[in-house]
Design a protein around this ligand. Structure first.
Ligand code: IPE
Ligand code: IPE
Ligand code: MG
Length: 248
């Protein structure tokens, strides 16, 4: 078999990619499997996607793993997802640490058992000096919850109204210090934001694919990054090419 040729360099690599990993349930149902089997396959895929992210040279990856609304799923599924979180920390931590991945969490840990909270905090501590990839795990995360939390803290800190700026609000988000996502990828074809990073994605580019999360592989990830490289990010202005033409 011919050896796979190496990927050509990408014209522009996003600094921060955020992913709504959706479609695990439908992936499983299509195969006559329980939904949890889809979540397990999705977790396997996450491992591959993390590796590809490092390979592509993306510095920040944020993954939506469990939303504040996902507590409303059947208890068995919620328990299964909590079990997966625990397994990932127990089984993957060493490998992630070796690969230079720094783990962070966005969302609220309060609803996790004290034991699981402790494990998450320990994983964050162990990997805190790694800098190859910053991996933000959004678990029990909701964009509105994050904004409510920020407003509460701003009021508690006694900030004067005239000092509340775009920049200050950003510093009160769970993502303080992390650049806004350049690209958001949503698998499984849903055309909605589902309470994900609603403050931070004000000017992110979107890539939506019908592929279910467990099947979203390296090739398609690369296509998403190629599509991103072609985008003209105008931020409400006119494109730089047009400006040059009108000045000529
Ligand atoms: C995404 O897959 C994972 C979580 C929300 C935890 P889903 O479980 O939402 O899969 P679908 O959308 O039902 O197919
Ligand atoms: C968003 O997917 C949450 C995660 C991927 C963790 P959902 O499946 O929960 O979102 P909806 O219900 O389709 O909006
Ligand atoms: Mg879903």
């Amino acid at each position: 078999m011919a050896e796979k040729s190496p990927d050509l360099p990408l014209a522009r690599v996003p600094r921060h990619v955020a992913i709504i990993m959706d479609g695990n349930g439908r992936w499983a149902i299509q195969r006559g499997l329980p939904r949890l089997a889809g979540h397990k396959a999705g977790t396997e895929n996450l491992r591959r996607v993390i590796r590809s992210t490092v390979e592509f040279g993306v510095k920040y990856l944020t993954i939506y793993a469990f939303s504040t609304e996902n507590w409303g799923r059947p208890a068995e599924e919620v328990q299964g997802l909590l079990g997966i979180l625990q397994d990932v920390i127990d089984r993957e931590l060493n490998e992630l640490n070796k690969e230079g991945v720094q783990l962070r969490h966005i969302g609220r840990l309060e609803r996790l058992s004290p034991n699981l909270q402790e494990r998450v905090l320990k994983a964050i501590d162990i990997t805190k000096n790694n800098d190859r990839l910053i991996l933000n795990i959004a678990w029990n995360y909701g964009g509105r919850d994050e904004i409510v939390c920020a407003i509460q803290k701003i009021i508690k800190d006694g900030i004067a109204p005239e000092d509340v700026t775009d920049q200050l609000v950003g510093q009160y988000m769970f993502t303080a210090g992390v650049p806004d996502p350049d690209l958001v990828i949503r698998t499984s074809g849903e055309l909605r934001v589902s309470n994900f990073l609603i403050w931070q994605t004000a000017y992110s580019e979107w890539y939506v694919t019908p592929t279910f999360w467990p099947d979203f592989g390296h090739e398609e990830y690369r296509r998403a990054l190629e599509a991103f490289a072609q985008r003209d990010r105008r931020y409400g202005k006119v494109s730089s090419g047009e400006l040059q033409e009108s000045n000529a």
